[in-house]
Design a protein around this ligand. Structure first.
Ligand SMILES: Nc1ncnc2c1ncn2[C@@H]1O[C@H](COP(=O)(O)OP(=O)(O)OP(=O)(O)O)[C@@H](O)[C@H]1O
Ligand SMILES: [Mg+2]
Length: 244
């Protein structure tokens, strides 16, 4: 299996506070696969997402990031985006009053109207209804979430990093959310790193890693990793059904 991403012995600190947040992280993501990253609050999941994207507020103090066989450890965030890495933030910016179709062009100005329509369909939104709607507070939470997804898909990244895209998603039935991810995987051939707390996601993940106190302490089949996770945290809702 070809690798889209190889992370080798990566250690990361906050540039501002010099606090070491990630230590000796190693993992690989296969092409066209979904890699789930789980771990308790504060484990370092978002930091890892930012470090992979190349956000300047984190500094790589050791190790390497290899994307499509190229060493991007020192590559700027802009270049990484151009190379095909996209990050959906845990708390995305609020774009007031841009039309949906223009919002989808922000990350890819060359995208055709037809592709925009296809992208909206992929996330389960009727293009006829949504192309010209404004991205504002009148959209429901679920609709906003779908549009955020669509904006990432529109960039046609080779690797998308989704930081807890399912948080605050009560509105969408989870199954539908997984369908969207499966659509993305099938139709776009993108690889996905999915930061999530949801056990239900297991069915569509090819592999999972458990991040704890800045280290990957377990890796492999999602159910196995979630079981390990449940040993660490005591969150009844997530861990229900995963006790030995
Ligand atoms: N710029 C920073 N300076 C100092 N500490 C930071 C900085 N950014 C994050 N941290 C700390 O690093 C740790 C990891 O944070 P991070 O946001 O990566 O966790 P997380 O796994 O995404 O958690 P959550 O599940 O709550 O989103 C936390 O203890 C956090 O307070
Ligand atoms: Mg986080």
């Amino acid at each position: 299996m070809k690798k889209i991403l190889e992370v080798k012995n990566l250690s990361v600190e906050s540039r501002e506070s010099k606090k070491k947040i990630l230590e000796n992280i190693s993992f690989e993501v296969d092409e066209n696969s979904i890699y789930a990253l789980v771990g308790p609050n504060g484990a370092g999941k978002s930091t890892l997402a930012y470090a992979l994207m190349g956000a300047p507020r984190f500094r790589i103090i050791a190790g390497k990031i290899i994307f499509e066989n190229k060493d991007i450890t020192k590559t700027s965030i802009e270049k990484r985006a151009k190379m095909g890495i996209a990050l959906a933030f845990q708390e995305p910016a609020y774009f007031e009053n841009i039309r949906v179709k223009d919002f989808l062009k922000v990350g890819n100005k060359d995208i055709s109207e037809k592709e925009i329509e296809k992208t909206l369909s992929l996330v389960g939104l009727d293009p006829k209804v949504f192309l010209n709607r404004k991205v504002n507070r009148q959209l429901s939470g679920g609709e906003r979430k779908r549009i955020e997804f669509a904006s990432i898909i529109a960039m046609k990244p080779k690797l998308m990093i989704l930081d807890e895209p399912d948080s605050g998603l009560d509105i969408i039935i989870y199954r539908e959310f997984y369908n969207i991810l499966e659509n993305i995987k099938r139709e776009t051939k993108s690889s996905i790193i999915l930061i999530t707390h949801r056990e239900e996601i297991g069915a569509i993940c090819d592999k999972a890693g458990l991040l704890y106190k800045g280290k990957i302490i377990d890796e492999g089949d999602f159910r196995k990793v979630i079981r390990e996770y449940c040993q660490i945290v005591n969150r009844k809702k997530i861990c229900k059904g995963f006790k030995e």
